[in-house]
Design a protein around this ligand. Structure first.
Ligand SMILES: NC(=O)c1ccc[n+]([C@@H]2O[C@H](COP(=O)([O-])OP(=O)(O)OC[C@H]3O[C@@H](n4cnc5c(N)ncnc54)[C@H](O)[C@@H]3O)[C@@H](O)[C@H]2O)c1
Length: 366
């Protein structure tokens, strides 16, 4: 049966999904049949005018009413407040679900989504896989696998931008990003899913502790700031303790800012007793540099290499990987227990900030 893909939400990211689906034919796959729905009729009309080969539906229920095919996929491309409800409805309509990041508003919703996937025999995927499966990450993992750094004792995962707030500097038309009741949070909900995906891909932890966390919303003179009320954080940090399968643990200093007054910084670094690695993890253009630091006869030494990543673009990865996962292939898709685990780490950061207490997240077995 021909692959069918159902898009819920006809906004900015839905356009990227449709273009990624159109590119599937370049990999030799048959063009899927695509449907779309949106609660906003003008957004729906504009979408099908731009992509006339996509079939519009006025409502989710009518879009999913035909009998489900075994591999039908619903992509949830709406604000986070709606993710859990739409995902569970799609599972009950017999479809697999690829949900946009962040997966949910909180841990309870994420767990409900996974439970419903299991009950209906369907797969839950998350679009936080946009930077998964990079060649540079494989190189880092290979070096860790060969114990090239000795005993790991700390890592830093830091991404700081001065003015990059979604809803203000980026995509100012989507103000909901600044409303916690709809978005679930600020830059941690927006970019944290990619950070958690990256960190769990590198370390493959079985348990993560949030030892301490903080967040803030720095003030600027941007004109939009006077017009709108924003109650989400734009700068967040945490000390995370990653427990690995071999019983060891690596403390990770994590920081993410979409707005800050200090300097911009992009640092991904792991240090061990025998050496350190630094690499461009956020490879928006698909390539990056890997730096190795070590000792040579008592003197500091270093080596650098430029790594070109896979030709698969960041916006193509979620659907390509998820199609592979649904077909039972080995893939970098982030699905089921892994998707909920990754989301639960960022939810635990918020919980730790609220309570002032340590939080623990344990990965469930598949
Ligand atoms: N914009 C980006 O660059 C980007 C990148 C990656 C991921 N995302 C994620 O994609 C999701 C959507 O973001 P966006 O930027 O496309 O937002 P957007 O504001 O551009 O579009 C959201 C669309 O969803 C529709 N909608 C809201 N509730 C709905 C419902 N119950 N049923 C059907 N349609 C509904 C809205 O009418 C709107 O057209 C978010 O989770 C976001 O984090 C966005």
């Amino acid at each position: 049966m021909k692959q069918r893909i159902y898009l819920v939400g006809a906004g900015a990211i839905a356009g990227y999904h449709v273009e990624a689906i159109a590119r599937l034919t370049e990999s030799g796959l048959e063009q899927p049949t695509v449907f779309v729905t949106d609660v906003n009729p003008s957004a729906l009309a504009a979408f099908v005018e731009r992509y006339p080969w996509v079939t519009p539906a006025e409502q989710l229920t009518s879009m999913l009413e035909e009998p489900a095919g075994e591999n039908d996929i619903v992509i949830v491309a709406t604000p986070p407040l709606t993710h859990a409800d739409i995902t569970c409805r799609a599972f009950r309509a017999g479809r697999h679900v690829l949900c946009e990041k962040p997966l949910a508003m909180n841990r309870e919703e994420a767990e409900l989504m996974l439970r419903t996937a299991k009950e209906t025999g369907k797969m839950l995927g998350c679009c936080s896989s946009r930077f998964a499966g990079l060649q540079i990450t494989d190189e880092v993992k290979a070096k860790l696998g060969h114990d090239e750094l000795g005993k790991l004792y700390q890592a830093q995962w830091i991404q700081r931008r001065k003015r990059s707030r979604t809803g203000i500097e980026y995509q100012p038309t989507s103000r909901w990003f600044l409303n916690r009741a709809v978005s679930g949070g600020g830059t941690l909900m927006d970019w944290g899913p990619y950070d958690m995906a990256g960190m769990t891909e590198v370390f493959e932890p079985v348990k993560v502790e949030v030892l301490h966390a903080w967040m803030s919303n720095p003030v600027t003179g941007h004109l939009l700031e006077a017009e709108i009320t924003s109650d989400v954080e734009q700068h967040v940090g945490a000390l995370l303790n990653f427990h690995l399968a071999d019983g060891s643990a690596v403390p990770v200093h994590y920081e993410r800012a979409a707005c800050c007054h200090g300097e911009e910084r992009s640092l991904t670094e792991i240090e061990g007793t025998a050496g350190a690695l630094q690499w461009d993890w956020l490879c928006l253009d698909g390539s990056g540099e890997l730096a190795e630091y070590y000792d040579e006869a008592g003197e500091p030494a270093e080596g650098r290499s430029s790594i070109t990543n896979t030709p698969l673009g960041m916006m193509d990865k979620p659907i390509v990987y998820f199609l592979q996962a649904v077909a039972g292939q080995v893939t970098h898709a982030i699905v089921n227990e892994q998707a909920v685990f990754n989301f639960s780490i960022l939810a635990a950061i918020y919980e730790s900030i609220q309570t002032g207490e340590k939080r623990v997240v344990t990965k469930e077995r598949a």
